[in-house]
Design a protein around this ligand. Structure first.
Ligand code: ADP
Ligand code: MG
Length: 328
C-alpha cells in the first residue's frame, strides 16, 4: 500500500539532509554567526558534540519575533526572491538549518539584538518556552542530545573522538578562511584552538605548525599560501581550496599542485596550500546542495591556468633560495 507519510516523519527525514552529525551542526551555526556579522565566535563540544554543542557569537542577534520565526522551516532573512541567490554575500539562504537542528535535538537559543534579549527552548521541534533572559549583543545556540528522537541516526554517530575530529576539520577551514574573526574552540573544557584576529599567515601557522617554509601568492583570480616542496603530506589534507570563501573539494583543483610544482615534487608528495579563488559570480555556480562540496566553473581552464601560473611564480622563491645556499 502506498501511503503518505505523516508530517512529523517527513520533517525528520528532511532534517537528516542538512543535519548529518555534530560537524554539520557546527558548520551551519558558525556560518550563521559569520552571516550575522560576528567578529568573535566560540565553539564548545561535550562528548564530541554528541551530548552538547555550543556556538556563541557577537553578531547582530535576533529580537523575540525574529527568534520565533528563525526556527520555522524555510525562513531566512538573507534573500527575498529567487534571483538574489546569484549575488549572494552570505553563506546561508535556504532557511533550513535552524529548523532542521531544532527538529532533531533539544535546542536553546539565547539572543540579544542589543535592545531586547530572550531565550527560546525547543524540544524535537516543539517550542517549550520563550522568556526574557540576559545576553550580550549576539547569539548563543546550544544543541543538546543530537538525534535523541531519531534513534536510527543516533546509532550511526561515530565515537566521540571521531565526531570531534570531524568538527575540528570544519573549524580549521573557518580558521583559515576568516582571519578577521576570532575563534575559540573547546572540547570538554580543553582549548583546541584559540585563533585571535590576525592574518592568513598566522592562521596558516596555527593550523599547520609543522610547515616552516611557505610563501604568499597572488594571481588574477587566486591568492593564498603554499609551502615549499620540502614540506608535504602523503595525503591531500594539507591542500585546501575556497571558492568565494566557501570550502570546496574538487579532484581537478587538486591537480594544480602536480602541474604547478612540476619536477619540484615527486609522486605521492603533496605540498601544503591554502588557496582562495575569487571570481566574478557569473563565472561560477556555487549554488549546489548544502552538503555537496564540488564547484562548477563556467570556464575551468581559465581558472586552473591562473592558479598554475601563480604557483609556478611563487615557488621560484624556494628554488632561488636553494641556488643561493649552494653558492654560499
Ligand atoms: P539561513 O542561514 O539559510 O537564512 P538558517 O536556518 O540557518 O537559514 O537561519 C534562519 C535565520 O535565522 C537566518 O536567516 C537569520 O536571520 C537567523 N539567524 C540564525 N542564526 C543567527 C545568528 N547566529 N545571529 C543572528 N541571526 C541568526
Ligand atoms: Mg544558515
Amino acid at each position: 500500500m502506498i501511503r503518505r507519510l505523516p508530517e512529523s516523519v517527513v520533517s525528520r527525514i528532511a532534517a537528516g539532509e542538512v543535519v548529518i552529525g555534530p560537524f554539520s551542526v557546527v558548520k551551519e551555526l558558525v556560518e550563521n554567526s559569520i552571516d550575522a556579522g560576528a567578529n568573535s565566535i566560540e565553539i564548545e563540544l561535550r562528548n564530541g558534540g554528541k551530548s552538547y554543542i555550543k556556538v556563541k557569537d557577537n553578531g547582530h542577534g535576533m529580537s523575540k519575533d525574529e527568534l520565533i520565526i528563525a526556527v520555522k522551516e524555510h525562513t531566512t532573512s538573507k534573500i527575498e526572491k529567487f534571483e538574489d541567490i546569484y549575488k549572494l554575500s552570505t553563506y546561508g539562504f535556504r532557511g533550513e538549518a535552524l529548523s532542521a537542528i531544532a527538529r532533531v535535538s533539544r535546542l536553546i537559543i539565547t539572543s540579544s539584538s542589543g535592545v531586547e534579549s530572550h531565550r527560546l527552548e525547543i524540544i524535537g521541534g516543539r517550542v517549550k518556552s520563550i522568556e526574557e533572559y540576559p545576553h550580550s549583543r549576539g547569539t548563543t545556540i546550544e544543541v543538546y542530545d543530537l538525534f535523541f528522537n531519531v534513534p536510527a541516526r543516533r546509532k550511526f554517530l561515530k565515537s566521540a573522538i571521531s565526531e570531534q575530529r570531524m568538527v575540528t576539520e570544519i573549524v580549521e577551514k573557518f580558521i583559515l578562511s576568516t582571519p578577521q574573526i576570532s575563534i575559540l574552540y573547546k572540547n570538554e573544557q580543553e582549548i583546541i584552538y584559540h585563533a585571535k584576529t590576525g592574518t592568513l599567515k598566522e592562521r596558516f601557522t596555527l593550523v599547520f605548525p609543522e610547515v616552516k617554509e611557505f610563501t604568499e601568492m597572488k594571481g588574477t583570480y587566486v591568492s593564498g599560501i603554499i609551502s615549499s616542496p620540502d614540506y608535504y603530506r602523503k595525503n591531500r589534507t594539507g591542500q585546501i581550496f575556497f571558492v568565494q570563501g566557501r570550502y570546496v573539494v574538487d579532484k581537478m583543483l587538486y591537480s594544480v599542485f602536480e602541474t604547478g610544482y612540476g619536477e619540484a615534487i615527486t609522486t605521492g608528495r603533496h605540498p601544503y596550500g591554502v588557496i582562495f579563488i575569487n571570481i566574478p559570480p557569473e563565472k561560477v555556480d556555487v549554488n549546489v546542495h548544502p552538503q555537496k562540496l564540488e564547484v562548477k566553473f563556467s570556464n575551468p581552464k581559465e581558472i586552473y591556468s591562473d592558479i598554475i601560473r601563480t604557483i609556478r611564480e611563487a615557488i621560484k622563491t624556494f628554488i632561488s633560495k636553494k641556488i643561493y645556499i649552494i653558492n654560499e
